[in-house]
Design a binder for this molecule. Structure first.
Ligand SMILES: Nc1ncnc2c1ncn2[C@@H]1O[C@H](COP(=O)(O)OP(=O)(O)OP(=O)(O)O)[C@@H](O)[C@H]1O
Ligand SMILES: [Mg+2]
Length: 212
């Protein structure tokens, strides 16, 4: 069985697609890389096969999504990251019933965090791996960071992953034209996110063997 990570959230623009790709890139950038696929579910996104450190799979036809995930799930040592879409109930329903972990990104804005907290509450205990919030676009400027961190008190600490900083080039990670230019500089933040996810689901990276 593979491991299935769903990146969900009821709010648009929180970074679901960005973090799905950052995680996929991170798994493929580990010193002992882990095979990863990112399943794209937004009909407005392009799916172009290029040489990435992870695979991109077309899940834009939601009637086929479950079957696609089930097929991939037969492979051991594979991380499947599903890029959910805001308010796309059909996708959420398929994903949230089968995941090992759900990631709910939110930005440092009070309304965003309150919404993430409600979503987390709804999902808590609903399935094995549970759900965690991922602070995204977190400031690195000390004063801004202090204020942003105060907002984190709105969420239970044990339901939080480490914040993902504001990364100017993250938009290029998704782009098939620009990926190669930013792959190296985004390795480190990707690795941190990937390791955080593995730790959360209780898997040691060396236990996910990369196929030759
Ligand atoms: N850590 C980050 N640093 C800088 N910019 C970011 C970060 N995460 C996301 N962004 C930017 O925020 C915008 C929204 O991100 P993204 O498209 O990933 O959100 P989404 O949740 O997938 O949106 P949708 O709900 O429309 O699918 C994009 O322009 C993206 O480049
Ligand atoms: Mg998206």
């Amino acid at each position: 069985m593979a491991k299935i990570i769903g990146v969900l959230g009821s709010k648009g623009g929180t970074g679901k697609s960005s973090l799905a790709h950052l995680a996929g890139h991170g798994f493929g950038s580990l010193p002992h890389p882990v095979d990863a696929v990112v399943i794209v579910t937004d009909p407005e996104d392009e799916v172009v096969q290029i040489n990435r450190r992870y695979f991109v799979v077309d899940g834009r036809d939601h009637t086929k999504l479950e079957a696609i995930i089930q097929k991939l799930d037969e492979q051991d040592d594979l991380m499947i990251v599903v890029d959910g879409a805001a308010s796309r109930i059909a996708v959420d329903q398929v994903i949230s019933g089968i995941t090992d972990l759900i990631l709910i990104p939110f930005t440092p804005a009070r309304h965003d965090i309150i919404r993430a907290a409600k979503h987390l509450e709804r999902l808590s205990g609903a399935r094995e791996g549970g759900a965690v919030g991922v602070p995204n676009r977190w400031p690195s400027n000390p004063a801004l960071k202090t204020n942003a961190n105060k907002l984190l008190d709105l969420l239970p600490r044990d339901r939080l992953l480490l914040p993902v900083p504001t990364l100017g080039k993250i938009v290029d990670l998704i782009s098939h034209e620009a990926y190669g230019r930013v792959a190296t500089s985004l390795s480190r933040p990707g690795q941190i996110l990937a390791l955080n996810v593995l730790q959360r689901i209780g898997v040691h990276p060396l236990d996910m063997r990369k196929r030759a």
